[in-house]
Structure formats: structure tokens, C-alpha cells
Ligand binder design. Structure first.
Ligand code: ZN
Length: 183
């Protein structure tokens, strides 16, 4: 298979494993055929099954508020909180607008692509094939409040993307853990 120079370089750097590319090739191997670079009336999903009206988004764990991997920046809390909320609101708007027009919307966290690709492929397959389909719940961090005192504790507030109220919260230690890249 011929690679462009930049693909060769990225392969050398070990960066040809973008989550989008991994997902696309896994879907292809599973026999699920989609259109590349397709638009929808509301946004540009990472994978679009135009005929079946299934849209698949991969959301970056930091920018979109993954419950496991969102990291509260130490500075400019207000700025980053506003940014996070803006991204979540956009994700919600896109999702609800597409669903209102009959689309099925699958949203995955970036880490799911690296940690459990077969399960991700199964969710997409069901969205394509099931008569009745309900999207899996998608909990998202929308706000993190640092707590006073020792130990770097924080309160993390989460909303389900399609049903934002009631919020849930957990009190936990600030963590910067990343997922395991197994590929
Ligand atoms: Zn994550």
C-alpha cells in the first residue's frame, strides 16, 4: 500500500493511529460501508452512513468532557469552564437536531476507540440494523469545582447529553490519568 510522505512520517512518529482512522478501518473490516467526508444538515460527524442516516462522532476526552479523562486546568478556571460548556452545548444541539430529523447519532469518547473498539463497532452495527434503537447514555462533565483544603479534591458535575437534568456529581481527587493506547 502506498503511503504519502506525511503518512510515512506520521507512521514513524507512531501517530497514524488517529481514533478516526482506527474506527473507520474497524468499521470497514466489519463490513459496514460508509461515505467519507460527508456532511449532515447539522455538523460534520466523523463517520456518516448517509442512506441509513446514522452519524458517528468521536469526542476528544478533554475538549468534550469525558467523565474519566477530563482534567481541570489549574489556571483560568472560568475561561476553561466556559469553553467546556460551549463544546458540550454544541454536541447536544447537533445530536438533538439530527435526531429530530430522524438520524441515529452515536457518540463515542476517544478513549473508547483505543480501549474497546469491538464494542464501539457493535454499537454502530446495532444503530444501522436494529428496528428499534436507543442510543447508549452519554454522560459528560460540564463543570468542575475545586474544593478547599488538602488533597487536591474537586467536585465534578455531569449531565447526560440528551437529558441534562438532573445533574450528577462526584467528589474525587484531581487526576491527570490517560487511557492506555494499546495499538
Ligand atoms: Zn476518556
Amino acid at each position: 500500500m502506498g503511503l504519502t510522505r506525511s503518512e510515512q512520517m506520521s507512521r514513524i512518529r507512531g501517530k497514524d493511529t488517529s481514533p478516526e482512522r482506527l474506527l473507520r478501518s474497524a468499521l470497514w473490516r466489519a463490513g459496514l460501508r460508509f461515505r467519507l467526508q460527508s456532511r449532515t444538515p447539522h455538523g460534520r460527524p466523523d463517520v456518516v452512513f448517509a442512506k441509513a442516516q446514522v452519524a458517528v462522532f468521536i469526542d476528544g476526552c478533554f475538549w468534550h468532557g469525558c467523565p474519566e479523562h477530563y482534567v481541570r486546568p489549574r489556571t483560568r478556571n472560568e475561561f476553561w469552564s466556559a469553553k467546556l460548556l460551549e463544546n458540550v452545548e454544541r454536541d447536544r444541539r447537533q445530536t438533538l437536531q439530527l435526531e429530530a430529523e430522524g438520524w441515529r447519532v452515536c457518540r463515542f469518547w476517544e478513549h473508547q476507540i483505543f480501549e474497546n473498539l469491538p464494542e464501539v463497532v457493535d454499537v454502530v452495527r446495532l444503530a444501522l440494523q436494529e428496528e428499534q434503537w436507543t442510543p447508549p447514555p452519554s454522560w459528560t462533565v460540564v463543570q468542575v469545582d475545586p474544593l478547599p483544603g488538602e488533597g487536591d479534591m474537586e467536585q465534578r458535575w455531569m449531565e447526560e447529553l440528551r437529558n441534562p437534568m438532573p445533574r450528577r456529581s462526584v467528589i474525587t481527587q484531581r487526576s491527570t490519568r490517560k487511557w492506555k493506547r494499546t495499538r
